[in-house]
Design a protein around this ligand. Structure first.
Ligand code: NDP
Length: 241
């Protein structure tokens, strides 16, 4: 039995990860962190009424984290797994990048992950158990032009993961990062059909990834089988890098 919190819970990857936990065991509980949109998260929660709930959470706001963790502890009494999945990109060349484009991408991806880790670690330390999985990106390891803000934020998440893993290892908490390549979700919505085809041609497997293929890795890192894996970065990219 596990209690998980997945941020960005209305997005493609968040929903697939949540469904993975819910289908893994009939006693697993999932909290979906939602900010603006909540329609798909509500639909998933309706399918698992006793075990899947929404919690309002803008990951950039520290107060939001305290309230969310308090709500989860009140209802579920523990928090085993935190998946820092919320994030967005806003691509443009550095010379054209506004302060707000830089700040907001750093905030949602990197500061959001910092806030989440800090809030969850306190609870997990008390439990002497926890699994934190940070959804970074292939852009952190193999950074394309036009993503200086996103690549820096996602690379920062890997540094944070490695450092925090060492701090909490003795408390039974593991901290790992996942770097997805091209995964078919709304995050790729700005790409035309032609651009998707071109992207697939850059992948040795000649196809984009499915959200379920990332969810499977998250489930593994949260499992007992992954108990000696911490500070790791796992890329899931069909062989691009
Ligand atoms: P989606 O755009 O489908 O979902 C992103 C989710 O993050 C949305 O639910 C959005 O909520 C939420 N979000 C954004 N900013 C915040 C915030 N400040 N507070 C709370 N929630 C927020 O994208 P994916 O599901 O594809 O992406 C999930 C993660 O995976 C992201 O971190 C992304 O960078 C990463 N990733 C995705 C890849 C892909 O190819 N799809 C590749 C590599 C990494 P709202 O409705 O409020 O906007």
């Amino acid at each position: 039995m596990s209690v998980s919190l997945i941020t960005g819970g209305n997005g493609g990857l968040g929903l697939a990860i949540a469904r993975g936990f819910l289908e893994e065991s009939a006693v697993n509980q999932v909290w979906l962190g939602v900010r603006a949109r909540r329609d798909k998260a509500e639909a998933l929660a309706a399918q698992f009424p006793d075990r899947c709930q929404l919690v309002t959470l803008d990951v950039t706001l520290e107060a939001g984290w305290s309230a969310a963790i308090a709500q989860i502890m009140e209802a579920s009494s523990r928090l085993d797994v935190l998946v820092n999945n919320a994030g967005h990109h806003d691509d443009t060349l550095l010379a054209m990048m506004s302060d707000s484009q830089w700040q907001e991408v750093l905030q949602s991806n990197l500061t959001g992950t910092f806030n989440g880790c800090r809030a969850a670690v306190k609870t997990m330390m008390g439990q002497r158990f926890g699994r934190i999985i940070n959804i970074s990106s292939l852009s952190a390891l193999f950074s394309p032009a036009g993503q200086t803000n996103y690549a820096a934020a996602k690379a920062g998440m890997i540094g944070l993961t490695q450092s925090l893993a060492k701090e909490v290892a003795r408390a039974g908490i593991t901290v790992n990062a996942i770097c997805p390549g091209y995964i078919e979700t709304e995050a790729l919505g700005a790409m035309s059909a032609e651009q998707r085809k071109e992207a697939a041609m850059r992948v040795p497997m000649r196809r984009l990834g499915k959200p379920e293929e990332v969810a499977a890795a998250v489930l593994f890192l949260a499992s007992a089988q992954a108990s000696y894996i911490t500070g790791a970065t796992l890329k899931i990219d069909g062989g691009i890098l």
